[in-house]
Design a protein around this ligand. Structure first.
Ligand SMILES: Cc1cc2nc3c(=O)[nH]c(=O)nc-3n(C[C@H](O)[C@H](O)[C@H](O)COP(=O)(O)OP(=O)(O)OC[C@H]3O[C@@H](n4cnc5c(N)ncnc54)[C@H](O)[C@@H]3O)c2cc1C
Ligand code: FES
Length: 358
């Protein structure tokens, strides 16, 4: 059957998969719907993680050139799959991340098993899947909570794969947030919805994302900003609790001590595991806080301690500004861009429902 005129397909190499694109559908969205876990993070054109090479065909960006790609990269044939819309059938060469490509992305119902405030604006959330289901994921990956009308919200998985009977999330309260406000007892956030409590039913899709722990023996620096602690907690527990021998230095940046919501746990890990160092860095430290903590920006603290980064692997998660600062400054200190793994906690504008791709 001949497809309608503005319906195109995309062939994704090296996976060798051809996917049907609904009119106006971003290529990344079609790939994820089809279970193809392509590298990505923000889904809003900012972070550059979904960069691929255009091998054939024509496309456009509906909102103009996205910020996550330079004019030079675009000229070299690079394309951001989360924003690009096909104007013809396309062939693109995506990056392949073997370890995360092998896990299946599932859509599952789950119940909130427990809620616990970790800080005035951070809620720890435990999700219980149906008894017959298990979510296979890599430490560092995230999931999407599926809301009404096709809206979705991304949250990193804080529990490690070896302890995944309940799935742990750390959710920061966002003013007017369509999802997070409901966890803090608000009647309805943006777009409506009842308050959420233990026993409430949710739908999730995951695991998603290429941010995941890689095996190796080089020393590792981990850098969290705020709730960026969540995916690093999964990685740290994975390394420490499965007996991996590797030197780690974990930095956690926050505004005040109350935002270091599991500092006692990080200190306890460092006390029990000589391979781990822990440093907290406060960006808005009061005089009393500065007496017991480093003050300043977390990425600057890392560079002050490690001006030569060539032998390190770096994992970072948190606010886009922190990730951007690291992507700019760390390569100037010898870190190869391929050894800086990150998840930028951008937020995507509400999307329309995800159509099913063939
Ligand atoms: C890969 C990934 C992983 C993430 N993991 C986590 C996590 O583990 N924990 C966590 O707390 N968050 C995480 N986030 C961020 C989270 O997905 C967003 O903050 C989300 O929008 C919150 O949903 P909400 O419904 O409460 O607010 P929304 O309804 O989405 O937001 C309401 C309004 O607030 C603004 N807004 C939303 N989020 C932010 C923000 N972060 N900073 C500033 N303004 C904002 C927007 O203008 C938006 O219109 C992650 C994001 C990504 C991309
Ligand atoms: S730019 Fe596409 S996922 Fe961030």
């Amino acid at each position: 059957m001949t497809p309608p005129p503005d319906e195109h397909s995309v062939r994704i190499e090296p996976h060798g998969r051809t996917l049907r694109l609904m009119p106006g559908q971003p290529i990344l969205e079609a790939a994820l719907s089809a279970g193809l876990n392509l590298p990505h993070s923000c889904k809003s054109g900012h972070c550059g993680s979904c960069r691929a090479r255009l091998l054939a065909g024509a496309f456009h960006y509906p909102n103009g050139p996205p910020l996550g790609i330079t004019a030079e990269e675009a000229q070299r044939g690079q394309i951001l799959l989360c924003q690009a819309r096909a104007d013809s059938d396309l062939t693109v060469q995506a990056r392949l991340i073997a370890s995360v490509a092998d896990v299946e992305i599932k859509t599952l119902p789950c119940r909130i098993a427990r809620l616990r405030p970790l800080a005035p604006d951070v809620m720890q959330l435990w999700l219980r899947l149906p008894a017959v289901e298990r979510l296979r994921f890599h430490p560092g990956q995230y999931l999407d909570v599926l809301l009404e009308n096709g809206r979705r919200r991304s949250f990193s998985i804080a529990s490690p794969p070896h302890d995944s009977e309940l799935i742990e999330l750390h959710v920061r309260r966002v003013n007017g947030g369509g999802f997070s406000e409901r966890l803090f007892g608000a009647a309805a956030g943006v777009g409506g919805g009842a308050p959420l409590e233990a026993g409430s039913l949710l739908r999730i899709e995951g695991p998603i994302g290429q941010f995941s722990y890689r095996q190796g023996s080089d020393p590792v620096l981990m850098v969290a900003g705020g709730t960026g602690f969540a995916p690093l907690k999964s990685m740290l527990r994975h390394v420490l609790e499965t007996g991996i021998r590797r030197d780690l230095h974990f930095y956690w940046g926050a505004r005040h001590t109350q935002d270091l919501y599991e500092e006692a746990l990080a200190l306890e890990w460092a006390r029990r595991h000589p391979q781990l160092k822990f440093t907290a860095v406060l960006s808005e430290a009061s005089a009393a806080e500065a007496a017991h903590h480093r003050a300043g920006w977390v990425h600057e603290a890392v560079l002050a301690d490690y001006p030569q980064l060539a032998r390190f692997e770096v994992y970072a998660a948190g606010p886009p500004a922190m990730i951007e600062a690291m992507r700019t400054h760390f390569p100037r200190h010898g870190l190869s861009a391929e050894r800086l793994y990150f998840d930028s906690f951008d937020y995507a504008p509400d999307a329309r429902p995800t159509p099913t791709a063939s």
